[in-house]
Design a protein around this ligand. Structure first.
Ligand code: UGA
Length: 437
């Protein structure tokens, strides 16, 4: 099929490459020249495992091109909307400027029988509004809402083999003409057994925000348990192991630590609360305010623990922060808890050095006042305390004996509970985890 993908960020660039991999003819369109020239040269504009190799592979077939010219969408059967919906400045709601602008710019190129497929995470009600625009421009074109559930760091495999597809169509029925077209787009994963659900438009939009809210709630639940464990002298990692063995609960997303960040979970729960308020259903989501508060409290708690760990205050203390990205296998620092903690420590008088395998350039743009060192061995030299805040594999595998020779004081705060306290203490370290005795 001929496909256009509007918006080539974390979502769209991966989606475009994966659609070409599935055998379609794809054009990726974005307003950002730099992104388009990188992608055209088969260079990923951000770090995502496997993306660059995939871009190289599919570009050789001639099935994938990139451009800044929206007119290139003309002739496509299916147009995917993959632009961002960031949090509005100073408000909880989502900023819909990019989605609205993308659809308006696309409309002149939408022909009879085409599908416009929304993948961006949007406030419920957006799809119905956009469907009106589409059908008033082209009566027999269709708007579908097809939310994306990919995780950064696993984006390629999540797109090629997702755990489900959700198609939101205007009448919510399997017989809607758009269903067969999307089935053709996704024929490869569908033939391998990926389940798909057809819903009405608002249900499809809500599936996405509900899923992210559930994940955020699960993380904040275990972080609330971590607070209790700290007060009671218990160990939250063993507690999570034990409750996670109940398969109604499950162990995934029960990793207590410095909390969630990134470009999705934090802004999605806030936008969801804002939208519920507009719909007069704000009470239904008041609990998300607590989920957000528990999450933000983790960051303050780590600053306090670091102060305790350092003994006599933070002023002038050299702190090395391992990790700047909001999670491993990503260079994304949007709302990164690691960087936010690093910045707070610096504000309170510590001298903070940050290291990360992939995210330093993005981190330096966001917080130019921090010091950045690429290499872990150099970053830890002379440290009064080391904070592991993003659980990259190389930090999980650090040798406590070697590290001890480099630092000034052997004190470590394991913000992701991924190190073995027995091993680190045996090597002479003062070890602190979160929610652990
Ligand atoms: C999240 C969802 O997991 C995806 O399904 C969704 O498609 C995506 O948002 C989106 O809306 O686009 P992502 O933001 O890539 O994906 O990251 P997650 O893997 O969900 O992690 C989010 C944050 O939670 C990270 O900061 C991570 O360190 C933290 N986390 C995760 C925990 O603190 N504990 C856990 O047990 C799991």
């Amino acid at each position: 099929m001929r496909i256009s993908v509007i918006g080539c960020g974390y979502l769209g660039a991966v989606h475009a490459a994966c659609m070409a991999k599935l055998g379609h003819d794809v054009v990726g369109i974005d307003v950002d020249d730099r992104k388009i020239s990188d992608l055209s040269a088969a260079k990923a504009p951000f770090y995502e495992p496997g993306l660059e190799a995939l871009l190289g592979d599919v570009q050789k077939t001639g099935r994938l091109t990139f451009t800044t010219d929206m007119a290139a969408a003309a002739g496509s059967d299916v147009h995917f909307i993959c632009v961002g919906t960031p949090q509005k400045k100073g408000e909880n709601g989502a900023d819909m400027t990019f989605v609205d602008a993308a659809v308006q710019a696309l409309l002149p190129y939408v022909s009879s029988g085409n599908l416009v497929v929304g993948k961006s995470t949007v406030p419920v009600g957006t799809a119905a509004r956009i469907a009106e625009w589409v059908t008033s421009h082209q009566a027999d074109a269709h708007l579908v809402w097809n939310p994306e559930f990919l995780r950064e760091g696993h984006a390629v495999s999540d797109t090629l083999s997702p755990d489900r597809f959700v198609y939101g169509v205007s009448d919510g029925s399997e017989q809607h003409p758009a269903v067969a077209v999307l089935d053709e787009v996704y024929s490869t994963p569908l033939s391998k057994g990926t389940p798909r659900l057809v819903t009405d438009l608002p249900t499809a939009e809500l599936v996405k925000t509900a899923a992210n809210s559930f994940l955020a709630t699960k993380i904040s639940f275990i972080n609330a348990m971590a607070e209790l464990c700290e007060a009671a002298g218990a160990d939250v990692t063993r507690l999570a192991d034990a409750i996670g063995m109940d398969d109604r609960i499950g162990r995934k997303f029960l990793h207590a630590g410095i909390g969630f960040g990134g470009g999705c979970l934090p802004k999605d729960i806030r936008a969801f609360m804002a939208r519920a308020g507009e719909l007069g259903a704000d009470q239904a989501l008041t609990f998300l305010r607590e989920v957000d508060a528990i999450n933000m409290r983790r960051r303050t708690r780590v600053v306090e623990l670091t102060r305790e760990l350092c003994g006599d205050g933070l002023l002038g203390k050299r702190i090395t922060v391992l990790g700047a990205a909001f999670k491993p296998e990503s260079d994304d620092v949007r709302d990164s808890p690691a960087l936010s903690i690093a910045a707070q420590l610096q504000l309170q008088g510590a001298v903070v050095t940050v290291t990360d395998p992939k995210a330093l350039a993005n981190a330096a743009r966001r917080f130019p006042e921090l010091q950045y060192v690429q290499n872990t061995e150099d970053a830890v030299i002379g440290a009064d305390a080391v904070l592991l805040l993003t659980e990259w594999q190389e930090y999980r595998e650090l040798d406590p004996h070697l590290l001890k020779d480099a630092v000034a004081s052997a004190r470590i705060l394991d913000g992701r509970n991924v190190l073995d306290p027995i091993k680190w203490r045996a090597a002479g370290w003062h070890y602190r985890g979160l929610g652990r005795p």
